[in-house]
Ligand binder design. Structure first.
Ligand SMILES: Nc1ncnc2c1ncn2[C@@H]1O[C@H](COP(=O)(O)OP(=O)(O)OP(=O)(O)O)[C@@H](O)[C@H]1O
Length: 239
C-alpha cells in the first residue's frame, strides 16, 4: 500500500519543552489512521505539523509527497481539516458555509451535492448556532470534504456527542473511507479507535509507543481490549 503521510524523527518544541520528540510513522492511502494518547502527549501538535499549520524543528515530513510547511498552499488544496467550533459565526447558514468553503479551493466538489450527500439539504437555511452538536459535526465533516480532499484530519470529532450522534459520526467516517479519502483521526476513545481505525499510533510524551492495527496492539501487550492495551502502554503516566 502506498504511503500518503511519511513522518520521520519529527520533533517540535514550545518554550515549555518538547511536544513532539522523534516521531516516526506512516499513514497509508485509504485507511482510517488513529492517533491516541494522554492529554498533552503531542497529538494536536503532530496533526498541526502534518497539515502545514506548524513548522517542525527537526525530522522530515511528507504529506502527499509535499513538505506541509514549505508547500502549504499546494497542500491545502488537497487536504481537509476539521474546523474548531469557534471557526464559524453562529449566524452563518449551513448552505452559506458550504458555498464559502467551496470557494477556497481550485477544484472543489459541488457544494450542493456535498450538502445532499451528508443529509444537510433540509437544514440548508438553518443557522450554525442553532444546530445540535451532532448536526454541527455533520456540517464540519461536509466542510472538510467540500474541497475534494485526498486526506482529512479530524481532531476529537466525537468529543461531547451523545452515544447516538457518536455512532452516526462513526458511520460518516467509514463512508469517507469508502469514498477513497484517507482519514487521520485524533481520539481519546479506545472503543472508537477499536471499531473505526485500520491502524493507529499511541503517542505518549511526544513519542510513538506503539503503532499497528488494534488487533496487533492488543496482541503486543497480551491485553483483552484496546483500552487495556492503551493503559498497559501508557500506564506510567497514571502512577
Ligand atoms: N501553542 C502552544 N504553545 C505552547 N505550548 C503548547 C502549545 N500547544 C501545545 N503546547 C504544549 O505542548 C504539549 C503537547 O500539546 P498537544 O496539544 O499537542 O497535545 P495533545 O496530545 O493534543 O493533548 P490533548 O489530548 O490534551 O488535546 C503540551 O505540553 C502543551 O501544553
Amino acid at each position: 500500500m502506498t504511503a500518503i503521510i511519511e513522518i520521520n524523527e519529527l520533533s517540535k518544541s514550545y518554550k515549555a519543552g518538547k511536544a513532539v520528540d522523534g516521531v516516526t510513522l506512516t499513514v497509508r492511502r485509504g485507511e482510517i489512521f488513529g492517533i491516541a494518547g494522554p492529554n498533552g502527549a503531542g497529538k494536536t501538535t503532530l496533526v498541526e505539523c502534518a497539515s502545514g499549520l506548524r513548522r517542525p524543528d527537526g525530522g522530515t515530513l511528507r504529506v502527499l509527497g509535499l513538505d506541509p510547511y514549505d508547500d502549504r498552499r499546494a497542500l491545502l488544496q488537497r487536504i481537509g481539516a476539521q474546523l474548531q467550533e469557534a471557526a464559524l459565526p453562529d449566524a452563518i447558514k449551513v448552505g452559506e458555509a458550504l458555498r464559502m468553503y467551496a470557494s477556497f479551493y481550485d477544484k472543489p466538489a459541488d457544494w450542493r451535492a456535498v450538502m445532499d450527500e451528508w443529509g444537510l439539504a433540509d437544514r440548508r437555511r438553518a443557522r450554525f448556532g442553532n444546530l445540535s452538536g451532532g448536526w454541527k459535526q455533520r456540517l464540519f465533516i461536509a466542510l472538510a470534504l467540500v474541497g475534494n480532499p485526498e486526506v482529512v484530519f479530524l481532531d476529537e470529532l466525537t468529543t461531547g456527542l451523545d452515544p447516538a450522534a457518536r455512532r452516526t459520526t462513526w458511520g460518516l467516517i467509514r463512508e469517507m473511507r469508502g469514498r477513497g479519502v484517507t482519514v487521520v483521526l485524533v481520539t481519546h476513545f479506545m472503543d472508537e479507535a477499536e471499531t473505526l481505525c485500520d491502524r493507529l499510533a499511541i503517542v505518549d510524551r511526544g513519542r510513538v509507543v506503539a503503532e499497528g492495527s488494534p488487533r496487533e496492539l492488543i496482541a503486543e501487550v497480551g491485553a483483552d481490549s484496546l483500552e487495556n492495551a492503551y493503559f498497559a502502554l501508557t500506564e506510567r503516566e497514571m502512577a
